[in-house]
Design a protein around this ligand. Structure first.
Ligand SMILES: NC(=O)C1=CN([C@@H]2O[C@H](COP(=O)(O)OP(=O)(O)OC[C@H]3O[C@@H](n4cnc5c(N)ncnc54)[C@H](OP(=O)(O)O)[C@@H]3O)[C@@H](O)[C@H]2O)C=CC1
Ligand SMILES: O=C(CO)COP(=O)(O)O
Length: 332
């Protein structure tokens, strides 16, 4: 819709023919954005070759776990290299690949000229109402990021550029873990103090792992770090928050995922981040507590009690450790 507002021809691909027909007939997407009229410039296709034919930009907007499969399909039919943009927020469990790494692994040079991540606090429900929204286009090739900035930017949708692809992807993926946890504490009936604690200490552990993976620390104070963390932990639109809320109220994970009918990225990402934290010896108490709730049957209240009674520590423990290391090296 943003691209159509900017006078681009938008070809929307969906893997379900019935959905493509419904979108073209009613100019709306009744399952996912009910009540919203889609511009005439938006045409839906169920044949991927028709959708990407002679386009110079392809936006991947599928759940993280569908990325590889859809990229393989694009690869098979692509005839011109296009700028690839992705908006998905996840890290693959077991392989620990970020979305851009999955795309790089899957797409050939014939299919992809450049790769850009578009991410930030951007619930679709508000974007379609043209409420002010700000996001970041990140790429190792800043010219490609600027191309995406130009394509998407308008008076309602402001796009910044960044070259820190790792930081932008890690922030966007890991905030969903904290949003699930924030939903849980809300579901348990805890108040705003608990949520503020989760957002602040959640950001600390996201940055801790992100820096270990090669991200720039400052990226986590930007839109794709603290910005997306705030919106996902506090918005009624967040599927991750809503799923957490149901868990906090006592529903089982299977039942929660079944009832959502949309992707809850934080569940798989919790598994990936938990594995990464163990692999790189990074302390991630909230992620570990959530992992126990999701996959080991620990009661949410018990997980919160464990977090509150952890061994005492300095608030700036990472900084203190760095300074202590430096002191040891200089003998001070
Ligand atoms: N919604 C939002 O506000 C935002 C979402 N994102 C991110 O964008 C990504 C997609 O999210 P969103 O669109 O909201 O997810 P939804 O669950 O709302 O929609 C997912 C869409 O992808 C389709 N799909 C699922 N599996 C496949 C597959 N294997 N092959 C092809 N299509 C598939 C679904 O089709 P079907 O109906 O058949 O299941 C559906 O049309 C996520 O990573 C999310 O974190 C980022 C910013 C904002
Ligand atoms: O990433 C999002 C908003 O920026 C969407 O979050 P949810 O997937 O939790 O709905």
């Amino acid at each position: 819709l943003v691209l159509a507002d900017n006078h681009h021809d938008v070809k929307l691909w969906t893997h379900r023919e019935s959905q493509a027909d419904q979108i073209n007939e009613s100019h709306s997407n009744e399952k996912y954005l009910p009540g919203v009229t889609l511009a005439d410039e938006i045409t839906a296709f169920s044949n991927i070759r028709d959708a990407i034919d002679s386009t110079d930009m392809i936006v991947f907007a599928v759940p993280a776990k569908a990325t590889r499969e859809v990229a393989e399909q694009v690869n098979q039919v692509s005839e011109n290299p296009a700028v690839i943009v992705h908006v998905s927020k996840g890290i693959e469990p077991d392989t620990h690949l970020r979305i851009s790494q999955i795309l790089e692994e899957t797409l050939t040079p014939e299919a992809m000229s450049d790769l850009v991540v578009l991410s930030g606090p951007s619930h679709a429900e508000e974007v379609v109402k043209r409420h002010p929204t700000t996001v970041t286009a990140a790429s190792e090739n800043i010219e490609a990021a600027k191309k995406v900035q130009d394509a998407f930017m308008n008076q309602h949708f402001r796009v910044y550029t960044n070259s820190d692809v790792i930081g932008v992807e890690v922030g966007g993926a890991l905030k969903n873990i904290i949003a699930l946890a924030a939903g849980i504490t809300d579901g348990l009936g805890y108040g705003d103090n608990a949520k503020a604690a989760l957002i602040t200490r959640g950001l600390a552990e996201i940055a801790r792992l992100g820096v270990k993976l090669g991200a720039k620390p400052l990226t986590f104070s930007g839109l794709t770090g603290v910005g997306d963390l705030i919106v996902t932990c506090t918005s009624i639109h967040s599927r991750n928050w809503r799923a957490g809320n149901m868990l906090g109220k006592g529903h089982k994970l299977d039942e929660v995922l079944e009832s959502m009918g949309m992707v809850v990225e934080g569940v798989r990402t919790t598994k990936a981040a938990y594995q990464l934290a163990n692999k790189y010896h990074v302390t991630m108490p909230i992620t570990s507590a959530l992992y126990q709730v999701l996959f080991e049957g620990v009661h949410p209240k018990e997980a919160v009690d464990q977090l509150m009674t952890r061994v005492k520590t300095h608030e700036m423990e990472d900084l203190v450790n760095i300074l202590e290391d430096q002191g040891e090296k200089t003998g001070e």
